[in-house]
Design a protein around this ligand. Structure first.
Ligand code: NAD
Length: 258
């Protein structure tokens, strides 16, 4: 076994999480990727081989606190220590308040907020013991700004920005830092399905949805790249970022500058 540090990334087998996984692997981290993708083992193996690091996959369902604990144990048993955790798994649902299904509300709060808390809680004793930990929460520009019809998502993302600050305060004496990254729109499977849905509901073409609905909020009319998010995450995990803690960093094409 190599002596590389370990990064555990939820939602690491798709979209932003997978992009972040590539950047950590390129920087020499072993990986534990978690997600529901059926080909997760293959995805992890591919990333591991490409960069010459060890990469494992777990399909623990993060809506189940016992499985979250199991994920932390799986990572620690395989690698000894977990230096970095990236809480990235998340889902979205769009509906007006009076029509918002309560089950969706609970699911979004459960995955986008509570799962991050439970996973950090499970990894906290190990990080304290090592006197080192880097917690990176993938929030959203919606952790800093609201949009109509996204009650659960905006609540969960504002919640995780607050949780990040508490983790930073409690972690400081143990050299554990916690930061949130707040992306604008990134072209991932999550957003691709929103484009298709919104095209139907607004009776627009997909190109019109991208231009008139999504990138409308970006001053810079480009999607944020997964590479930009991954590079920021690797920096936040580095020794040089030891005083970077409790922040919520927008990478959003200028959305939250307004
Ligand atoms: P994605 O749909 O590509 O990936 C989501 C990941 O979460 C997948 O790996 C999926 O398997 C996993 N997942 C879903 N339910 C799960 C469960 N119950 N248990 C375990 N894993 C589960 O989405 P993405 O766009 O890459 O989004 C990743 C994160 O970034 C989310 O938190 C999202 O809110 C946030 N974000 C995305 C954008 C964007 O524009 N794509 C913008 C801002 C923030």
């Amino acid at each position: 076994m190599n002596n590389n540090p370990t990064a555990l990334i939820t939602g690491g087998s798709s979209g932003i999480g997978l992009g972040i996984a590539h950047e950590f692997a390129a920087a020499g981290y072993n990986l534990v990727l978690n997600g529901l993708e059926e080909n997760g083992d293959e995805i992890a193996a591919e990333v591991g081989e490409k960069y010459g690091v060890k990469a494992l996959f777990s399909n623990a369902n993060l809506l189940d606190p016992a499985k979250i604990k199991g994920l932390a144990v799986f990572a620690e048993e395989n690698f000894g220590t977990v230096e970095v955790v990236v809480n990235n798994a998340g889902v979205q649902y769009v509906a007006p308040i009076d029509e918002f299904p309560q089950k969706r509300w609970e699911m979004i709060l459960g995955l986008n907020l509570s799962a991050a808390f439970y996973l950090v809680q499970a990894l906290w004793p190990g990080m304290k013991k090592n006197n080192f930990g880097r917690i990176i929460n993938i929030a959203s520009a919606h952790g800093l700004r609201a949009s109509a019809f996204k009650a659960a998502y905006v609540s969960a993302k504002h919640g995780i920005v607050g949780l990040t600050k508490v983790m930073a305060l409690e972690g400081a004496e143990f050299n554990i830092t916690a930061n949130a990254i707040c992306p604008g729109y990134v072209l991932t499977p999550l957003v691709e399905s929103q484009i298709a849905d919104q095209a139907k509901s607004h009776n627009m073409t997909e190109e019109e949805v991208i231009e008139k609905v999504m990138l409308k909020k970006h001053a810079k009319k480009e999607f944020v790249t997964v590479e930009a998010l991954g590079q920021m995450a690797v920096f936040l995990a580095s020794e040089h970022a030891s005083t970077f803690t409790g922040t919520a960093i927008p990478i959003d094409g200028g959305w939250t500058a307004q």
